[in-house]
Design a protein around this ligand. Sequence first.
Ligand SMILES: *Cc1c(COP(=O)(O)O)cnc(C)c1O
Length: 362
Amino acid sequence: MNEFIPPAKPIIGDEEREAVDRVMRSGMIAQGPEVKAFEEEFSAHFGLDRACVAVNSGTSGLHLGLLSSGIKAGDEVIVPSFTFAATANSVALTGATPVFADIDPESFCLDPESVRASITERTAGIMPVHLYGHPANMPALREIADEHGIQLFEDAAQAHGASLDGTPVGGFGSFAMFSLYPTKNMTSGEGGMVSVATPEIERLLRLYRNQGMEVQYANEVVGFNNRMTDIHAAIGRVQLTKVGGWTKQRQENAAFLSANLQGVTAPPVADGAVHVYHQYTVRVAEDRDGLAKALREEFNIGSGMFYPIPNHRLAPFQADVDLPNTEQAALECLSLPVHPSLSQGDLERIVAAVTKLASAGA
Ligand SMILES: *Cc1c(COP(=O)(O)O)cnc(C)c1O
C-alpha cells in the first residue's frame, strides 16, 4: 500500500533543536529573555500593532484574556458551539456562562444574526473562533458589540496570519489568543500567545500569568502560574521565521484541492478574507463517516472531523438551543490533509481517492 498521509504533521528542524540546546546550556530555562523576545517578534511578524503576552497554552490564554477583560461569574459570553471545547471551557472557568450561537454555513464561523438573537441583559462579550484559519465576520460582530456596549474577543487558535480586509486576526478584539500546540500552524511545543488591545488588559494578563505579581513577592491579585518557559519560547521564535512559507504552501495545497476535488463541497473564502488553512474542510453530503473510513483503509490517507459533537451537546454544557447549521456541519465536515509537508504526489492521491469515493457514494 502507498505510504500513510497523516492529517497533520508538525515540522521541527535543526534550528529548533539548536535553539532549545542554546537555552538549556544558558542555565536559565524558566520565563525570561526568550519569552520577552518571542512576544515582541510575534506581534511584529503578524503586523498586530499591539502588545502580546505569552502563556503556557492557548486555553490559558483564553482564560486569562477573559479574566483580564473583566469577565466574571454572572456574565454571559456568546461563543460558537462548532469549535474545540477550549472556547466554551475558558468562559466557564471564569464563572461566566457560555451561550452558544449558530454558525454561517459558508465560513463555519459565528453567524452575526444568530449572535444578535442570543443577546440578553447579562451578555458581556462575544468570542468568535476563526475556525480552520478562516476569519470570522468581524465587522458585523463589531457592530453588534458596539450597539450593545459589550466586548468582542477572538479565539484565533487556528488562524496565525489570517486577515480580513487587510486587518490581521488578533487586531479586532479586546484580546485575541493564538495557540502554539504542535498541530497548529506553528508551535512552541505547548503554548499560547495573547494580543491585547489596551495596556490595562496587558497589565492584568501579566499579573494573572505570574501569581498576581509584577514585582517579586508584591502580589496584587490572586493569580496562576501560566508562564511560558524560555525553552518553549526559543522553539516558537524559530517557527516564527518559517510560518510564512508554511502558510503559503498550505494556501497552494488548498488551491490545488479546490480546483480538482469532485463530489464534495470545497470550503468557500469570504470576500476580503485571507484563509490560512489550519484545516481544509469539505462537506460530504452522504455518509461522511464511511468516506473517512474508506480513505484510511483503502487509500491510507488520514483525515479529521472537527468537530463531530457540537459543544452545546457535550456533558459539561448541555444547553437547550437549536443550532441547525451547527448540527449539519458536525455531520458533514471532513478535514483533508493540507499541511505543508504534502508532496504533489500526495495531493494527487488525495484528489483521486476522495473523488472516487464521493462519486461511488453518490
Ligand atoms: C487548539 C485550540 C484551542 C486551545 O489551544 P491549546 O493551546 O491546545 O490550549 C482553543 N480554541 C481552538 C479553536 C483551538 O483549536
